[in-house]
Design a binder for this molecule. Structure first.
Ligand code: SF4
Length: 80
């Protein structure tokens, strides 16, 4: 079965995650500052980032858990 990724910034190759809710869109290269996008935003330039999506969601989970004072590991093996 083919899993179709939701076309949001969080799963986009042009996205660079900066915190748990947002990151920079680098679809236009060479800018001094890249536009900030929410993880749930989307546009027609979306490109699948593949495995990176799971690394990002793991990182967000870890960050949120840390904010709540929890310790543990994510399913991608990231220790936080
Ligand atoms: S705005 Fe478009 S190109 Fe930029 S990160 Fe989001 S989906 Fe990707």
């Amino acid at each position: 079965m083919i899993h179709l990724q939701k076309k949001i910034c969080l799963s986009c190759r042009n996205f660079s995650l900066q915190d748990t809710q947002s990151g920079a869109c680098k679809v236009v290269k060479g800018l001094a500052t890249y536009p900030l996008k929410a993880t749930g935003d989307t546009c027609d330039k979306w490109l699948d980032c593949g495995q990176q999506y799971f690394i990002r969601t793991g990182w967000i989970k870890g960050r949120l858990a840390k904010e709540h004072g929890d310790k543990g590991t994510t399913e991608t093996g990231i220790i936080f």
